[in-house]
Design a protein around this ligand. Structure first.
Ligand code: NAP
Length: 284
């Protein structure tokens, strides 16, 4: 029996059509105003510049606007924090994306946490994480929230299943584990100090690879009919999980590329449209 392919690319495209309709309806209802995502790029890292450009392009495709803020590599924590506060106070801006990573002299956590909860559409603040964990209203961290949206779109009920998340970063592993827990999975979080990683993964009904090492998780650690989520993407088109031997014997898997990646940007703009609707229609 062949496995279900969790096609993030096509779900993201379908969602963009729906978002374009929502943005157009919003413009009609709000005298031409559209949601605006402010993107902040600090320094000249080419990969970060590409990600910010892709996020701006996604805004354009759905008729939303983006406000690009570019700061030099020498920016201080205080200068970046002040930029964020100015954007918090700018009523025309509905979402704020601070591209990670920032240059090392900057206290990234302090700057993330300066983002107003209402505009934290990338889900990076401690407050947003805490509220999401406690099942209170907050935007989820974009990559794990995108993974949850993908699981939901394919009607994969994970209640009662054993999920093993490999990785515990603030933007991916930790919020992923909390989201799976909130969906009633039984969750194990593994990391670089975990003992017996292979045994943990062998008992998983769902495996999330969020390690950052190409094909680190081996196919023969994963049981038949597991659900396999690979957040990694590396040169050569491989992820964090050795996927090729699995595609006939697992229940479902995210392809690399075209699985998790497109859902991350899609979730960012999805959440920014929600923030725009709330600000322009509900809060007036
Ligand atoms: P990260 O901050 O580098 O975190 C990596 C995690 O893996 C850490 O928690 C680390 O454990 C753990 N780890 C490292 N070596 C390990 C080992 N030998 N055994 C078990 N765990 C180990 O990375 P990240 O930002 O979470 O990203 C993870 C992956 O997802 C990367 O491949 C990245 O490219 C990808 N990603 C994709 C998107 C997307 O949009 N598609 C977005 C974000 C990330 P410690 O905490 O103990 O160090």
């Amino acid at each position: 029996m062949s496995s279900l392919i969790l096609d993030g690319k096509s779900l993201a495209q379908k969602t963009e059509q729906e978002l374009a309709e929502r943005v157009s309806a919003l413009r009609t209802a709000a005298n031409g105003a559209a949601p605006i995502l402010a993107t902040i790029l600090v320094g000249d890292d080419p990969a970060s510049a590409t990600y910010v450009k892709m996020k701006g392009n996604a805004c354009e495709r759905i008729g939303m606007e983006s406000l690009r803020v570019e700061l030099p590599a020498s920016t201080s924590t205080e200068q970046l924090r002040q930029t964020i506060i100015d954007l918090n106070n700018n009523a025309d801006v509905h979402g704020i994306l601070l591209q990670h990573p920032v240059p090392e002299q900057i206290d990234e956590r302090l700057c993330f946490d300066a983002i107003d909860l209402k505009k934290d559409v990338d889900g990076v603040t401690c407050l947003g994480f805490g509220r999401m964990s406690m099942q209170e209203a907050a935007y989820g961290s974009a990559t794990p929230q995108g993974i949850m949206r993908l699981l939901q779109a394919y009607d994969l009920n994970i209640e009662g299943l054993h999920a093993v998340v490999v990785g515990r970063s603030a933007i991916l592993g930790k919020p992923m584990a909390m989201m799976l827990l909130n969906a009633n999975a039984t969750v194990t979080i593994c990391h670089s100090r975990t003992r017996g990683l292979e045994q943990h993964i062998k008992s998983a009904d769902i495996v999330v690879g969020a390690v950052g090492i190409p094909e680190f998780i081996k196919a023969d650690w994963i049981k038949d009919q597991a659900i396999v989520i690979d957040a990694g993407y590396h040169p050569g088109g491989v992820g964090d999980i050795e996927l090729a031997p699995l595609i006939q014997r697992v229940k479902a898997y995210t392809p690399v590329p075209g699985g998790v990646g497109p859902m991350t940007i899609n979730t960012l703009i999805y959440q920014c449209v929600e923030a725009g609707e709330k600000s322009l229609l509900v809060d007036g």
